[in-house]
Design a protein around this ligand. Structure first.
Ligand code: DX5
Ligand code: ZN
Length: 218
């Protein structure tokens, strides 16, 4: 079991001053940054692209870029994100493409790889891929926007996936994304989640150090 890790979501940062939001994470000594990439097609919203990640790297960020591709054709964007400095690239299971080959390509470019499920997608959809990934991301909201309410009905999916992880002796991180705050993180942790994307709750927290410390101490 991995120790609990927060992955603050840049989507909830200040888009006019993204480097400042990144510094907030860095100055707290937190290692990960969640980067949400949206194409206006797989999800009904747009965010930022590889150039934004590359610019943050050029500005000096050493954070682990935990990159969540919400794209209808993620297979077309692996190289640009790897080149831009992504450390992990997570791709959704829902679109129809060669998931295993795309995961292998992410790995071959020196990145870690993850598979993501929408709330409506059952755990069994990713079962054949579990040997191939460093991370499984269970969406706890319908992706597309920050600030939505946590879907408590996703908790059994976490239990199911963490049980498979234990039974099959696998080591992937189990990440949750959407509506995560200190209470919902705790509920997910109780079902085996170890990696917590926090957008709104983190960037709105008045004491971010205490927020992060509470996650780390779960
Ligand atoms: C939603 C994104 C999330 C988002 C979470 O589509 O994948 O990463 O930033 O935001 P909060 O934490 O505000 O629910
Ligand atoms: Zn995300």
């Amino acid at each position: 079991m991995h120790s609990p890790l927060i992955s603050p979501s840049l989507l909830a940062g200040d888009h006019a001053h993204l480097a400042t939001s990144v510094s907030v994470v860095e100055d707290l000594g937190l290692p990960w940054l969640h980067c949400d990439i949206m194409d206006g097609h797989f999800v009904p919203n747009l965010s930022f692209g590889p150039e934004t990640l590359a610019a943050l790297r050029r500005a000096g960020s050493k954070l682990f870029f935990d990159t969540h591709l919400m794209l209808s054709r993620p297979q077309d964007y692996i190289e640009p994100f790897a080149r831009a400095g992504a450390n992990n690239i997570s791709i959704h299971i829902e679109p129809d493409y060669d998931h295993a080959a795309t995961l292998a390509r992410i790995r071959s470019l020196g990145c870690q790889c993850g598979i993501v499920l929408n709330p409506g997608t059952p755990a069994r959809a990713i079962a054949p891929l579990l040997d191939l990934v460093d991370l499984v991301l269970v969406m706890t909201v319908q992706p597309g926007f920050g600030g939505q309410a946590f879907r408590r009905d996703m908790l059994p999916k976490l239990t199911e996936i963490s049980t498979w992880r234990r039974e099959r002796g696998l080591k992937f991180r189990l990440e949750v994304d959407g509506g995560i705050d200190l209470d919902t993180a705790q509920e997910c942790h109780a079902q085996g989640a170890d990696t917590f994307v926090a957008g709104t709750s983190f960037f709105k927290a008045t004491d971010k150090a205490a927020f992060a410390a509470t996650i780390a101490a779960m």
